[in-house]
Design a protein around this ligand. Structure first.
Ligand SMILES: NC(=O)C1=CN([C@@H]2O[C@H](COP(=O)(O)OP(=O)(O)OC[C@H]3O[C@@H](n4cnc5c(N)ncnc54)[C@H](O)[C@@H]3O)[C@@H](O)[C@H]2O)C=CC1
Ligand SMILES: Cc1cc2nc3c(=O)[nH]c(=O)nc-3n(C[C@H](O)[C@H](O)[C@H](O)COP(=O)(O)O)c2cc1C
Length: 181
């Protein structure tokens, strides 16, 4: 059964802030970079995402914001499962590939993956991967807000996250070892 989204109408007739000013301001909000994947009857797909955050730990729940114009949208919403893969600082090129305009097979061929409980591909070298079932979805403007129940977690050993800031990737070094005194 296809996921149906409720509509939350929040846009005023004339926005007080232009899209350009909003994007310029958002470019200053540093964010972790993820690749969100799906697989199932509607096919395998994936996209780069920074609009991901924790909602609650009871039950463990993530929010993923997905543009309805994305080529991954139909597969994600029809499969109703996704995996959020958090990138480390070696993954900037992979972020670019999944950032759009590249055919899906080419995106997935660039790295090694393994399926988790939902069947969505987890990136072998992710900092951590969250395997999720999509519990609900709402439309807000151009995007679907996907409320995702985390049903499995994989990885969690790396220490060097990839960040996105001012329209560029930035590698974060590992923290120094704790001092002995
Ligand atoms: N949340 C999203 O949907 C995001 C989409 N993108 C896509 O990647 C392209 C390149 O992004 P940048 O190089 O960072 O330059 P940009 O000037 O297009 O975007 C700057 C910042 O604005 C926000 N943003 C951009 N497009 C958005 C959208 N459609 N909805 C909500 N927030 C958005 C993001 O925080 C982004 O980092 C964007 O034009 C967009 O297509 C990038 C980041 C987040
Ligand atoms: C760093 C980065 C972060 C992005 N974050 C999101 C996001 O959170 N949500 C989203 O819908 N698209 C996001 N995008 C855009 C998608 O990854 C992708 O470009 C878009 O869905 C169009 O892809 P398509 O060519 O497959 O249709 C981001 C792109 C980049 C490069």
């Amino acid at each position: 059964m296809r996921l149906t989204a409720s509509r939350i109408d929040i846009s005023p007739p004339t926005p007080a802030v232009s899209m350009t000013d909003y994007r310029d301001a958002m470019a200053r909000l540093a964010a972790a970079v993820t690749i969100v994947t799906t697989d199932g009857a509607a096919g395998m797909a994936g996209f780069a995402a920074t609009a991901v955050c924790s909602v609650t730990d009871s039950p463990p729940t993530l929010l993923v914001c997905l543009n309805r114009s994305s080529s991954a949208h139909a597969a994600v919403t029809a499969n109703r499962v996704l995996c959020v893969n958090v990138l480390d600082n070696r993954h900037a090129a992979l972020g670019n590939l999944f950032g759009g305009r590249t055919p899906m097979p080419e995106r997935f061929a660039a790295a090694a993956w393994h399926p988790l409980a939902t069947g969505a591909p987890a990136l072998d070298e992710a900092l951590v991967s969250f395997d999720c079932r999509i519990a609900s979805a709402s439309h807000v403007g151009t995007h679907d807000l996907l409320i995702c129940e985390v049903i499995a977690i994989d990885g969690g050993t790396g220490a060097r996250p990839l960040l996105y800031f001012q329209r560029n990737y930035h590698a974060i070094a590992a923290p120094p070892p704790a001092s002995e005194h």
